[in-house]
Design a protein around this ligand. Sequence first.
Ligand SMILES: Nc1ncnc2c1ncn2[C@@H]1O[C@H](COP(=O)(O)OP(=O)(O)OP(=O)(O)O)[C@@H](O)[C@H]1O
Ligand SMILES: [Mg+2]
Length: 180
Amino acid sequence: LSRTPGSTIWLTGLPGSGKTTIARLLAVALRDRGITEVEVLDGDALRAGLSADLGFDRAGRDEQVRRVAYVCELLNRHGVTAVVSLVSPYERAREQARARSAGMILVHVDCPLPVLLKRDPKGLYRKALAGEIEHFTGIDDPYELPERPDLRLRTDEQRPDECVEAVIGLLDERGYLPSE
Ligand SMILES: Nc1ncnc2c1ncn2[C@@H]1O[C@H](COP(=O)(O)OP(=O)(O)OP(=O)(O)O)[C@@H](O)[C@H]1O
Ligand SMILES: [Mg+2]
């Protein structure tokens, strides 16, 4: 029995764009398509664990990306596919992570700011606009658009299941999925 090498699917985007929603659905879809070993690495959980010591300034955010890329490398090496849902706002750190992980799929989860302000699932945009929290990406902290993502999703135009299908389609096209 040969071990399928794992890969990394990295979802980047503004808060509320849909990274966590898509990551969870994608993990299920991957299992349906025969990728049984899947680990979701989500920003919120990481902040509570692996990166609890880090802040939200550039150095903290870049260090978080570096650590997550390292964990992905370990998981991939053991045949586990990693799905990362992390704001990861800086292009250079994302590209460094991409360079480390052969075959990483970088997905920009894109959505216009007015729609995000309306969604505001955690109420954080409201707090950021009221000045109650600082360093909030999209409000008073930058988000550098990915220059060369493998895929760009528009979550104001596509439903979550359509977004997942688009990712699965790309993985299929690139030969990441076991043939049925
Ligand atoms: N196509 C879509 N894909 C994903 N989420 C969508 C889509 N359309 C609407 N939504 C809604 O947008 C919200 C996205 O919230 P979610 O927590 O997934 O964002 P996030 O990118 O993980 O944010 P954060 O960076 O704050 O963790 C959810 O309420 C979800 O139901
Ligand atoms: Mg999230």
